[in-house]
Write a protein that binds this ligand. Structure first.
Ligand code: UD1
Length: 418
């Protein structure tokens, strides 16, 4: 299992190319199963979650050919097979194949994802949405069995909270449902909007994605399509925090300011300068870091996927800050690991009280999930001495070339093999 060795103290400077968004790529790969025509996806990030999702659709008979920077998926000969627990266990997002398989073939069998490191994460809203289209949904022995032998029928779906995955499942199922579907209290994340752009290029008729109300007119008129996946706002936010925590300056090429408004607001309040450049965003800090309170919320609020990184930053602020997590009930696994580096953090329910300003010291730490792991890397960039981050495979799930990108802008970081 690879580990990262980081020696803190280097100020980051230079340019970082932001890759395509993992969380946009995964539903787009699943969506390819809807159509008998090829889908060319450009700008997919080279991360293991994307490889896993491509593996899943291959299991369902899709042909995947990889070219430079693009993947062509031909699902003309696809079938609805059972998606095993072994597959779903590796990556929860695998459950996103449920909607497309049911919509295209009238039946789908997908293993129920187990609990995961960041809370129970049920999929009740996905299943409720599919039932609203007229599907029979049973959960038998850990397997979701969805049947709609006569096809799906358009419906009015009101989500009890704006779940990203449930919104994506509902949109994909609605594309072939007879008549019109209205999805209310939909998630507004840019990844949801980008899925609709991709599906519309494939022939779907979706309006309003990116807002609370999405309308879908069912169709079977699919066509070959090409899509360019949006840049990863979480990766961009992570490198913005890397620049901020080291008192450096980074140009984040491809990053989009409009996807990062709440993050920019929080960073500016902490004394970090962010402005648009010719190729993306420029992030720079020269003043001391001020403490800032944040609360995670669905988009356009502060993203839960940047909460761990922001806590690492606040460990270096001059004063105390409160970080409240409202999206996932158990997303503070990074806190004990950050404390091993010398951070002073008290957890009270869903709030972390971060007392900044204590010097961090290198230590052995353990990655527990994707974003928790990267917060340890960020803290290590400013810790005295050497930090070893174990279980780097968590980082490889969602950060393309993290060690390479950080090294290129001056970090003292290397990957150690077994
Ligand atoms: C997606 C992102 C993940 C991000 C999260 C919130 C992908 C592949 N992953 O995850 O990185 O952290 O959005 O921005 O895009 N919930 C239910 N029942 C459901 C579905 C969700 O109770 O049927 C709950 C979850 O447990 C969680 C909250 O709703 O507490 C939000 O989850 P959701 O928006 O669905 O997140 P994901 O789509 O799983």
């Amino acid at each position: 299992m690879d580990r990262l060795r980081i020696v803190g103290g280097e100020r980051l400077q230079g340019a970082v190319a932001i890759s395509g968004a993992k969380n946009a790529a995964l539903p787009q790969i699943a969506a390819a199963l809807l159509s008998p025509h090829p889908l060319e996806l450009n700008n997919l990030p080279a991360v293991t979650d994307v490889d896993n999702m491509l593996g899943v659709i291959r299991l369902h008979g899709a042909e995947v050919s990889k070219g430079p920077g693009a993947v062509v998926i031909d699902a003309s000969a696809a079938l609805s097979k059972e998606t095993s627990y072994e597959t779903v266990r590796k990556m929860r997002a695998t459950v996103l194949v449920l909607g497309p398989l049911l919509a295209r073939f009238g039946h789908a069998r997908v293993s129920l994802p187990g609990g995961c490191a960041i809370g129970a994460r049920p999929i009740d809203m996905h299943l409720k949405a599919l039932a609203a289209f007229g599907a029979d949904i049973d959960v038998e022995g850990g397997l979701i069995v969805a049947e709609a032998p006569n096809g799906l029928t358009g419906a009015r779906i009101v989500l009890s909270s704006p779940s990203v995955g449930a919104t994506e499942t509902a949109i994909m199922a609605a594309t072939t449902a007879k008549g019109e579907t209205e999805i209310l209290n939909a998630a507004r994340e840019p990844e949801v909007a980008d899925l609709a752009v991709c599906l519309n290029a494939m022939g779907a008729r979706i309006e309003g994605a990116g807002t609370h109300r999405i309308l879908v007119e069912g169709t079977t008129a699919w066509r070959p399509a090409t899509h360019y996946t949006i840049p990863d706002r979480v990766e961009a936010g992570t490198y913005a925090i890397a620049a901020a925590i080291t008192g450096g300056e980074l140009e984040l090429t491809n990053a989009r300011l409009e996807h990062l408004a709440s993050v920019v607001q929080a960073l500016e309040a902490a004394g970090v300068g962010i402005w648009p450049g010719d190729r993306g965003l420029i992030v720079s800090r020269s003043a001391p870091l001020a403490p800032v309170d944040i609360t995670t919320e669905p988009y356009p609020g502060f993203p839960t996927d940047l909460q761990a990184q922001f806590i690492a930053l606040m460990c270096c602020a001059n004063g105390a800050s409160l970080v409240r997590e409202t999206v996932f009930e158990n997303r503070f696994m990074h806190v004990p690991e950050l404390m091993r580096l010398g951070a002073d953090i008290t957890l009270q329910g869903t709030t972390a009280l971060v007392r900044g300003g204590r010097k961090l010291h290198g230590a052995q730490v353990m990655a527990t999930d994707l974003r928790a792991s990267v917060s340890l890397v960020l803290a290590a960039l400013v810790a005295d001495g050497e930090t070893i981050v174990n279980r780097v495979y968590h980082l490889d799930r969602g950060y393309e070339g993290l060690d390479r990108k950080l090294h290129m802008c001056g970090a003292n970081i290397e990957r150690l093999g077994e």
